[in-house]
Design a protein around this ligand. Structure first.
Ligand code: SF4
Length: 71
């Protein structure tokens, strides 16, 4: 399944990277992105394919602006 982060809506609270640090980290402007993805600061959406959700579900549930989605 594909997971996306709508980076322009991210408020940089850090919940996703705290709960699921193997997948999420904050960039230098404080927007979340998937670890090791090649997004630039201006990239509006980051996406990642996963076999199972694991801690990603916790990050989705914890995001205060619901900008992490399963598509
Ligand atoms: S939990 Fe949501 S708002 Fe907070 S850093 Fe992660 S993506 Fe951004």
């Amino acid at each position: 399944m594909k997971i996306i982060i709508e980076r322009q809506r991210c408020i940089g609270c850090g919940s996703c990277s705290a709960l699921c640090p193997n997948y999420f980290e904050l960039d230098t402007l404080g927007h979340s992105h998937f670890k090791n993805s090649a997004v630039s600061e201006e990239t509006e959406t980051d996406e990642f394919e996963v076999e199972s959700l694991g801690c990603i579900q916790e990050a989705i549930d914890a995001c205060p602006v619901q900008c992490i989605k399963i598509v």
